[in-house]
Ligand binder design. Structure first.
Ligand SMILES: NC(=O)C1=CN([C@@H]2O[C@H](COP(=O)(O)OP(=O)(O)OC[C@H]3O[C@@H](n4cnc5c(N)ncnc54)[C@H](OP(=O)(O)O)[C@@H]3O)[C@@H](O)[C@H]2O)C=CC1
Ligand SMILES: O=C(O)[C@@H]1CCC=N1
Length: 280
């Protein structure tokens, strides 16, 4: 059981996914979670009703109660937030950021000397405790605090400690990744509907097929290529399907999606640092 008190700055979709998974896990009690935003009291009431966590506008947050502060607002808001936190956080309160593209050193440079910082990248499957989450500690972060933070993140799925220079590609694969699978399902459903099948049945068929393939990769020893070969009978239906996928650029499209998202993660940090002409 995690004994620390966690506060979120941000009450949007990513914060809600994490809160849902954390509360559901039973590893932390709801009253040890405080959720804040700048002004949307209705949203805070909604989160409080759904999960039983404490909610308060961010200007009313009592920082002395907080052990880990999770940044869950948009990357564009980072500078204003760090400026504010510089005077409110002590170096041993751990700042955990889920913001795409914001490096640990960017945060450390704008906070008090020695501030403990951890950069993480979860995904929205945190809702069901099935996130693939990356984490990388900053320069000053105590290993004990990394382990507490890791335990918290394990309550919402699997955790991978990775070097920071791999965070952009991780974001492209796993942070943004659920969207690619939803997009795939949208096309599966659309194609099935065109053949006269109903959406509800198609969703179950498509999702079960994805789940089965995911479990085969997670629980077995075979590589994806070996598993693919076992589905593919010579001159059979799968071979025809894979040929069509290849001819339509399916493999390249997947690589392009990951590279596009990873590139945007890199670009976000440059925009924030004001290095790109025309940045917002
Ligand atoms: N969505 C996803 O799948 C993933 C998102 N992320 C990261 O999570 C972050 C949030 O994304 P998402 O949840 O989609 O965004 P949303 O726009 O849904 O939510 C942003 C939230 O931040 C609040 N907010 C803004 N500024 C502040 C502030 N200074 N203090 C406290 N709260 C503030 C907003 O409320 P108000 O305006 O009332 O203040 C709102 O509740 C992003 O940085 C993104 O990169 C990471 C992994 C996956
Ligand atoms: O789209 C985004 O920028 C965020 C980060 C990863 C997933 N969603």
């Amino acid at each position: 059981m995690i004994k620390q008190t966690i506060a979120f700055l941000g009450a949007g979709s990513m914060a809600e996914a994490m809160i849902s998974g954390m509360v559901e896990s039973g590893n932390i009690s709801a009253d040890q979670i405080i959720v804040t935003n700048r002004s949307n009291q209705d949203r805070l009431n909604e989160i409080n009703d759904k999960y039983g966590v404490r909610t308060v506008l961010k200007d009313d947050l009592d920082f002395s109660q907080v052990d880990q502060l999770i940044l869950a607002m948009k990357p564009k808001d980072i500078d204003a937030v760090l400026e504010d936190l510089r005077y409110k956080l002590n170096p041993n309160q751990v700042l955990v950021s889920v913001l795409a593209g914001i490096s640990t050193s960017y945060m450390e440079d704008r906070l008090n000397d020695g501030q403990e910082v951890i950069r993480v990248m979860p995904n929205t499957s945190s809702t069901l405790r099935e996130s693939a989450t990356a984490m990388c500690p900053g320069h000053y972060t105590d290993m004990e605090n990394v382990l507490v933070s890791k335990a918290l993140l394990q309550s919402i799925g699997e955790v991978f400690i990775i070097p920071e220079d791999k965070m952009d590609v991780f974001t492209g694969i796993a942070g943004s990744g659920p969207a690619y699978f939803y997009y795939l399902m949208e096309h599966i459903e659309e194609t099935g509907r065109a053949e006269g099948m109903d959406s509800k049945t198609l969703r179950e068929i498509g999702a079960q097929t994805l789940l089965g393939a995911a479990k085969m990769m997670l629980e077995g020893e075979e590589s994806p290529a070996e598993l693919r070969k076992k589905v593919t009978s010579p001159n059979g239906t799968t071979a025809a399907g894979l040929d069509a996928l290849e001819e339509s650029g399916g493999g390249d499209a997947i690589s392009a999606a990951i590279k596009g998202a990873a590139g945007r993660s890199k670009e976000l940090s440059k925009e924030i640092e004001g290095l790109l002409v025309g940045s917002k």
